[in-house]
Design a protein around this ligand. Structure first.
Ligand SMILES: [Zn+2]
Length: 394
């Protein structure tokens, strides 16, 4: 599966043994991530294909055992005819031209730099998107034996940081683009892919703001109406996001009361990071004060305080086990909706998260205020461009 040549996967015993030898030597002498097919190499956590929870110190495999497993499992999957996973950025023109468009799924991972309070990294949603793409690639590869999964590099722009919910439009850690900019980026990429004959695209862009999700849905609808293919913003599907909440239902009433309506960087999201990238979670989160509200309205009011720390919920309650359960639910829901789409389901029939949020009256003031702020920003940029064009005589 690490092979990037146009010949694709191999299926003979000889090829398996050859691949096994190469992978074994590579993994043993370099690093287990040398065999990682789609770019989780920057992250320390193990890929889910081995079902190892990195937070469980005692059961974590040591690097050489992990190398052995990766070296054995990946060539075996290739020998069994599992789909190919390729990184687009590593292919040349001949290799891209050779891809069978009807049996190639493009995964387009996004990422937003967004403040997540004092205990989580600003790239939290980017990490979630990257890892979800990795899981999805593995899942599709296992289910669609004669397909190619083509993974884009992460498109590191997103819109509408959650800090806007309480009216904080500038916050350290948030570097967002306007929703119209984000839509233009994804519509342009959709056009490039569509013009080159690609027909199956899944966007994996984990971030909960209504306007962010709306424009990514629109880019997908544009692709379908223009090229006849499918481009689905998987995180924008309500049944996917709901998988997050389902795991919280089993928590005790005391825990749920303390967490309140967490919305952003609370117990649940901190748990996800403890599961996926524990070294990036500040140990100070164990003493994190509770910052929440019992209802959505109350939580949004809390976020309006001048000294709001950038999160809602109770990060001190977070744990890796809960994060692992939430992750599994999310990852399964993402894969399930992707496979349903590849098998012919109409993804426009899946309920959308953006519709749900836009209908909620408590989000309306946020949406209106953010639109006004964007209009101001656009006017400022346009004025500068016109002035500068005037100076240059253009
Ligand atoms: Zn987040």
């Amino acid at each position: 599966m690490g092979e990037l040549g146009p010949e694709g996967t191999e299926s003979s015993l000889g090829s398996y043994l050859a691949a096994l030898t190469v992978a074994w030597v590579a993994c043993w002498t370099i690093d287990a991530t040398a065999c990682d097919p789609i770019g989780t190499r920057r992250l320390p956590a193990d890929t889910s294909i081995l079902a190892v929870d990195p937070s469980q110190g005692a059961s974590r495999l040591n690097p050489s055992s992990r190398s052995l497993l990766v070296a054995l499992v990946l060539p075996l999957l290739a020998a069994l005819g599992a789909a190919d996973v390729k990184r687009l950025g590593e292919l040349n023109t001949s290799q891209i031209r050779a891809l069978d468009r009807a049996r190639t799924v493009v995964l387009l991972p996004g990422g937003i730099l967004e403040e997540h309070g004092p205990y989580l990294p600003a790239w939290t949603d980017g990490i979630l998107s990257e890892r979800m793409t990795a899981d999805l690639a593995q899942g599709i590869a296992a289910a669609k034996k004669d397909w190619t999964v083509l993974v884009f590099p992460q498109v590191a722009v997103g819109a509408s940081g959650y800090n806007e919910v309480g009216g904080h439009f500038t916050f350290p850690g948030t570097y967002a683009v306007r929703p119209s900019t984000l839509r233009a980026v994804f519509m342009d990429l959709a056009s490039e892919l569509g013009d080159q004959g690609f027909r199956w695209i899944f966007v994996v862009h984990v971030h909960g703001a209504p306007r962010h999700n709306r424009v990514l849905d629109q880019a997908g609808d544009f692709f379908h109406d223009t090229y006849g293919g499918r481009m689905v913003h998987l995180w924008g599907l309500l049944p996917v996001v709901s998988a997050w909440g389902k795991e919280l239902e089993s928590l005790s009433p005391e825990v749920r009361k303390e967490e309140g309506i967490s919305l952003h960087a609370g117990m649940d999201e901190t748990s996800l990071l403890l599961h996926l990238a524990p070294e990036l979670v500040s140990p100070e989160r164990a003493q994190a004060p509770v910052v929440t509200g019992e209802s959505l309205k109350a939580a949004i009011e809390t976020a309006k305080a001048a000294d709001w720390p950038g999160y809602l919920g109770s990060p001190r309650l977070a744990n890796a086990e809960l994060g692992g359960r939430i992750w599994k639910g999310l990852s399964n829901a993402v894969l399930d909706h992707a496979l349903q789409t590849l098998d012919g389901a109409d993804p426009t029939k899946f309920p959308r998260f953006a519709d749900y949020m836009e209908k909620n009256e408590h989000f309306a003031p946020w949406i209106r205020a953010a639109e006004a702020r964007d209009a101001e920003r656009e006017a400022k940029q346009r004025a500068w461009l016109e002035k500068s064009a005037g100076k240059a005589g253009r």
